[in-house]
Design a protein around this ligand. Structure first.
Ligand SMILES: [Fe+2]
Length: 328
């Protein structure tokens, strides 16, 4: 039996291997109970490899998802669902993985091949805890107005949709969310923005698209999808009875590149002081996980937000997988 301790006062469970113990030996129901209670599991000092990591994830998953953004190198070995989470060394603000997209993973997995010599921690914040600390006014705002994610994305595997078609996405849409899209030739995207998006959104998207024109070369990507995805910021978590503030708003809002992609459902910009307060509040209940070689991590992505601290050591190598859970 592994020694189980609390990962931090805020969240998580740390499972420390007994000598010779394998993750494959661990009881599935025990792990599911622990995940339900704590939101995050860290497996430490178990024999680890890409194969062990993949098979750990397979025991708890009914389906694996690919990230719709292709700048994450894919591991050549294995089943093509393991990616390297090594885009740059900059810090990443807390977010729920792919929550801007109607099909987002229920489980997020990490495996530390090589930690950074210093810094580079993965940050974790329990969205239920965050919700319980939010002011009544902010909770009321998000209960009244859902979030609207707006983004034009290349169609096909290089865009947010990856292997999904808009129809697949519609079939999987949660009851409280809505999703609208329009397809248009990439070369004409600028002409179509204002007929699809509210005027203020179209206005904000224009400079973003111009600054990233190279990403939308019509020869490489002949068609684009313009998307409006409206979904609650506060959701019921999948495993616990709790609700959580779990979304990408606090990551997108302060980010220059993503700022134009997030609004409330009426198309109004989110209030800057509310978002600054939320970010500060989230930071107060954030645990920064210092990686140790071989750590494997299982995260309930419907409840726990994650991010990253800055680092310098380019050897830092973290593998990641995303999946739908095969348990309730
Ligand atoms: Fe992420």
């Amino acid at each position: 039996m592994p020694v189980v301790s609390t990962l931090s006062p805020q969240l998580g469970a740390l499972l420390h291997a007994d000598p010779g113990e394998q993750v494959a030996d661990l009881d599935e129901q025990m792990l599911i109970r622990l995940l339900r209670d704590s939101g995050v599991l860290v497996f430490r000092d178990f024999p680890a490899s890409p194969e062990v990591f993949q098979s750990l994830t397979e025991r708890f998953s009914s389906e694996f998802l690919q990230h719709g953004i292709s700048n994450r190198p894919q591991l050549k070995e294995g089943d093509n669902y393991t990616n390297l989470a090594n885009i740059g060394q900059f810090p990443l603000i807390l977010h729920s993985e792919m929550s801007y997209f109607p099909v987002s993973p229920q489980l997020l997995w990490f495996y530390c091949v090589t930690p950074a010599e210093s810094n580079g921690e993965t940050t974790l914040c329990d969205g239920s805890e965050l919700l319980s600390r939010m002011t009544r006014e902010h909770v009321a705002f998000f209960r009244q107005r859902r979030l609207m994610y707006t983004y034009p994305t290349p169609e096909g595997e290089s865009g947010f949709f990856g292997r999904f078609s808009p129809d697949d996405v519609n079939h999987r849409l949660q009851a409280e969310s809505s999703f609208e899209y329009r397809r248009c030739p990439t070369a004409e995207i600028m002409d179509h923005l204002s007929s699809f998006y509210p005027a203020s959104v179209a206005e904000n998207l224009r400079p973003l698209l111009l600054s990233r024109a190279d990403n939308f070369d019509p020869v490489v990507f002949p068609s684009m999808l313009m998307v409006k995805y409206i979904t609650p910021a506060i959701r019921r978590t999948r495993l616990s009875e709790k609700e959580a503030f779990v979304n990408s708003a606090i990551q997108f809002f302060p980010n220059k590149r993503f700022h134009s992609l997030i609004y409330d459902e009426t198309g109004a910009k989110l209030d800057a002081s509310m978002m600054a307060e939320l970010l500060e509040l989230a930071e107060e209940c954030t645990y920064a996980h210092p990686w140790q070689e071989g750590d494997m991590v299982m995260i309930d992505n419907t409840r726990v937000l994650h991010g990253r601290r800055e680092f310098q050591d380019t050897r830092r190598t973290i593998q990641t997988r995303m999946s739908m859970a095969n348990f309730d």
